[in-house]
Design a binder for this molecule. Structure first.
Ligand code: 5GP
Length: 194
């Protein structure tokens, strides 16, 4: 059995990557999602353990000290980290796993695991991105502004990824991501066991 593939998915806040990811997981239920441990407050509609484990700064810092995180980052004053063990277990069991992490986290994982396949979800334009961020209604104007500024910096680093998927039409973006996953499985390195 070949090892699973580690996929990194990034994209600025407002790129629609969460929706793309959600639809992809419904389409490809065999793909696992890595659940990050984070210290930001839970947003309306979010559930513990669905996409994130919501933990305290103290808990996060003790995981960090114990070497339990594959990578971590501070984003707008909060910690975000990828627990190492579920990733290693999924890959060893031949399952593909997706890390939905920011550009800094992606850089760290690429350095640690060069075989990882990285995908950047790109908004069709900055105007669309701003509209999506302010239309969300879950954050104040200052946070929207900060997220937009972060987004511009993230987009500037998209060229470091293996693939870019423009999320203009949602289903097309989901299909593009699914095709990347299927295509990667067909690579000769993954098929040698045959
Ligand atoms: P949000 O607060 O909007 O859910 O996420 C903010 C940013 O943190 C997003 O770019 C998201 O991809 C990123 N993120 C989520 N989990 C992790 C993680 O475990 N590690 C890193 N480095 N970034 C993460």
């Amino acid at each position: 059995m070949p090892r699973g593939t580690l996929f990194i998915l990034s994209g600025p806040s407002g790129s629609g990557k969460d929706t793309v990811l959600c639809k992809l997981l419904a389409l490809r239920p065999e793909v696992k999602l890595s659940i990050s441990s984070i210290t930001r407050a839970m947003r309306e509609g979010e559930k513990e353990g669905e996409k994130y484990h919501f933990i305290s700064r103290e808990e996060f810092e003790s995981m960090l000290a114990a070497g339990e995180l594959l990578e971590h980052n501070v984003y707008l004053g909060n910690y975000y980290g990828t627990p190492r063990r579920p990733v290693e277990e999924a890959l060893a069991a031949g399952r593909d796993i997706i890390l939905e992490i920011d550009v800094n986290g992606a850089e760290k994982v690429r350095a640690l695991m060069p075989e990882a396949v990285s995908v950047f979800i790109m908004p069709p334009s900055l105007a669309v991105l701003e509209k999506r961020l302010s239309g969300r209604g879950t954050e104040d104007a200052e946070t929207v502004h900060k997220r937009l500024k972060e987004a511009v910096g993230e987009i500037a680093r998209a060229a470091a990824y293996d693939y870019i998927v423009v999320n203009d039409e949602l289903d097309e973006a989901v299909n593009a991501f699914a095709s990347i996953i299927v295509g990667e499985r067909a690579r000769i390195e993954k098929q040698k066991y045959l």
